[in-house]
Unconditional design. Structure first.
Length: 76
């Protein structure tokens, strides 16, 4: 997992997380819309599930990379 996360530098993950987390800029972000659908139990269409995974993936990767980075810093 660490090798996979090392492929992505922090600035790229931050930009992707901000861009995909807030898209579209004018309306309610897709990520919030899909999370609301998940909480309401209406997230059933495959396209909606894919959309949730697509918009949340950079945020999840950024969190995992940050945790591993902090863990490595504490050990050394």
């Amino acid at each position: 997992m660490k090798k996979f996360l090392d492929i992505f530098p922090f600035p790229i993950l931050i930009i992707l997380a901000l861009f995909l987390g807030t898209a579209p800029m004018g309306a309610q972000p897709h990520l919030l819309e899909k999370i609301n659908m998940l909480m309401a139990g209406t997230l059933v269409k495959p396209l909606d599930i894919f959309d949730l995974l697509l918009h949340s993936a950079p945020i999840v990767l950024l969190i995992l990379k940050s945790i591993l980075f902090i863990k490595d810093r504490m050990q050394s």
